[in-house]
Design a protein around this ligand. Structure first.
Ligand SMILES: NC(=O)c1ccc[n+]([C@@H]2O[C@H](COP(=O)([O-])OP(=O)(O)OC[C@H]3O[C@@H](n4cnc5c(N)ncnc54)[C@H](O)[C@@H]3O)[C@@H](O)[C@H]2O)c1
Length: 332
């Protein structure tokens, strides 16, 4: 397989660190850039000493640091842009920074890609669809956003939407751009603190024996996707020169998500079953509390993966029960 020089922004985060591991394993030279705002060097422990991996602490909004990164790598063939402020609590508490990093980080890395004639892969989000009424989320569906006076949750989704606008513009200007929308990735290293994401938060409540919070009764549904499947989607989206049909992937927006639609209450039950089946775990399962949750939380987030399957040959291969079991094993 051809070896590429690849910059990964957000490399020390949950998805970025697993992506770096997979790219290095395939023989690519990788430079991971991260501000360490939310990621950590521990996440990169498997690759930090690898001869084909370099880490640079830096801010994705800083074009000089991005230029340095490319210089250290000796040029760049592909940019995977994953740096963003993720974690729902931040979207409300730090809307200004969420917008700043999303929009300026994407504009600066697009400029970097253009200056170096590199292929560009954006980590967008299903939240770019906003308050989507129509499911599954399909390219061409309306992307609609509520009044920002009501809540600031869309600091994240609306700026991902603008990231996609900037990418489609760059694509029309001739840059080779691919957009990936991961759906609720989960696996080891997912953050479970109060700024974290639901699967890890539930496991953390169990480990710490603290009441587990079901927002608004837990009837919202999500499509939880195992990290290995997510990384496989990013690899295919960035490394394939064309789609399976031989047609350019430039400008394609690819939903990478499980089509197993699960309510948050069903997720909680599935996690309790996994832990209860572990006979070596002696601690009682914590009580479940129903809390208000966040304004603007979407009721459903289900992907249509037609493009990912037909163009990349991608589909999620790990069931929720298998993934939860693997995550519990890694926590134990
Ligand atoms: N995890 C998911 O389910 C999911 C779903 C949809 C989209 N995404 C997108 O995928 C990408 C990766 O998500 P993740 O779950 O790994 O999140 P993460 O928070 O674990 O990783 C993001 C990384 O970006 C870094 N970062 C933040 N601001 C930065 C800055 N100014 N300069 C440089 N680095 C900065 C953080 O320190 C962190 O390590 C993000 O763009 C996210 O929006 C993730």
């Amino acid at each position: 397989m051809e070896s590429n020089r690849i910059v990964v922004t957000g490399a020390a985060g949950f998805i970025g660190s697993s992506l770096c591991e997979a790219l290095v394993e395939q023989g690519h030279s990788v430079l991971g850039l991260d501000s360490l705002f939310r990621g950590s060097l521990d996440n990169l422990s498997a690759v930090l000493e690898h001869p084909h991996f370099q880490f640079m602490q830096g801010d994705v909004r800083d074009i000089d640091q991005l230029d340095d990164a490319v210089e250290h790598l000796g040029g760049v063939d592909i940019i995977y842009h994953l740096a963003a402020i993720n974690g729902t609590k931040w979207f409300h508490e730090a809307a200004h920074s969420v917008i700043d990093v999303n929009i300026n980080g994407t504009l600066r890395t697009l400029e970097l890609a253009m200056a170096n004639d590199a292929r560009y892969v954006l980590a967008s989000s299903p939240e770019a669809f906003g308050d989507a009424e129509i499911q599954p989320l399909t390219n061409g569906n309306p992307m609609t956003f509520s009044d920002p006076a009501e809540h600031q949750r869309h600091s994240y989704g609306a700026s991902k939407y603008l990231d996609e606008v900037a990418c489609q513009h760059a694509s029309r200007e001739g840059l080779d751009v691919r957009i990936v929308r991961p759906f609720n990735a989960y696996g080891p290293r997912l953050k479970g603190d109060e700024y974290g994401q639901v699967v890890a938060m539930f496991f953390q409540s169990i480990v710490n024996n603290q009441p587990l919070s079901l927002h608004a009764g837990g009837q919202q549904t999500r499509s939880f996707t195992w990290i290995g499947d997510i990384v496989d989607g990013f690899l295919k989206a960035g490394l394939m020169d064309t789609g399976l049909d031989g047609v350019s992937l430039n400008g394609c927006a690819l939903n990478i998500g499980s089509t197993e639609e699960v309510s948050i209450q069903e997720l909680q039950t599935a996690i309790y079953e996994v832990v209860a089946s572990d006979l070596t775990w002696k601690q009682a399962l914590p009580e479940v509390q129903v809390t208000d949750g966040y304004f603007g939380d979407s009721k459903r987030r289900l992907p249509n993966c037609y493009e990912s399957t037909s163009l990349l040959g991608w589909s999620a291969s790990t069931t929720l029960n298998d993934g939860l079991q693997r995550m519990w094993d890694s926590i134990r």
